[in-house]
Design a protein around this ligand. Sequence first.
Ligand SMILES: [Zn+2]
Length: 278
Amino acid sequence: MPFCHQLPESESSYSGGLWIDSHCHFNFDVFDIDREEHWQLLQRWGCAGLLIPGVVARDWQNLISLCNRKPWAYALGLHPYFLDQHQEGDVAKLKLLCQANKPVAIGEFGLDFSLPEDTFSEQIELCEQQFKLAQKLRLPVILHVRKSYDEIAAMVRRLRFDQGGVVHAFSGSVQQGQALIKLGFLLGIGGAVSHSRATKLRKTVAQLPLDSLVLETDSPDMKPAFWGESRNSPLSLLLLAQIVANIKRCVLDDVILSSNNNLLALMPRLRKIIKESI
Ligand SMILES: [Zn+2]
């Protein structure tokens, strides 16, 4: 029975309700060795489904096939972190694939201003193109935003993008969070909230409404502070949910239920993909 002894003591209770990891990269190679077995384990711990965003064109087709016949939803996008791997014509390819298949969102894409400044103009161009495509296809987006919360909010306003989405791994200020919520976005809360140095983020989460938050692990990346294994797993979501419950002074079930409902309201097709009733 892994991890159960690590659940923090609190008044919160978890009745075993189903949960969804709103952002993980379960398609990454590091899961190749035991993906099926690991999925069985996740299900035993109440995982109802996963949302897996694509990050480079090369992986899209495999991702679509991988999610076939599983309660795993996918999104397709061109991540700013992999600028050097994106090619001319990838956005056109994205449009065709999105029309032929049914991603629940476009993403993950966005702006990462922790990268060198000489990449900014290319990042902005690619980000705008994907916003425009999502608007055209009436799909929500999954955003990667680092050191550029104000810039992304300005872009959303300028492009009049109104399909909403998730700002994954949110770590901005309360004001930045509220601005994004006003623009129709949910804020993804993940492993960062578990680290001892993340006092500011925990204070921010305390002030943001639960009905604008979604839980995510970003596994295999963003290992939570308490995670002993070399790769992060969607399983860490339960512990992240417990931390959020402690911050919000509510019970674990409320955090999980609220995260599920927020995500399903944004992406109604996800409910069909996840056949279990939630
Ligand atoms: Zn990601």
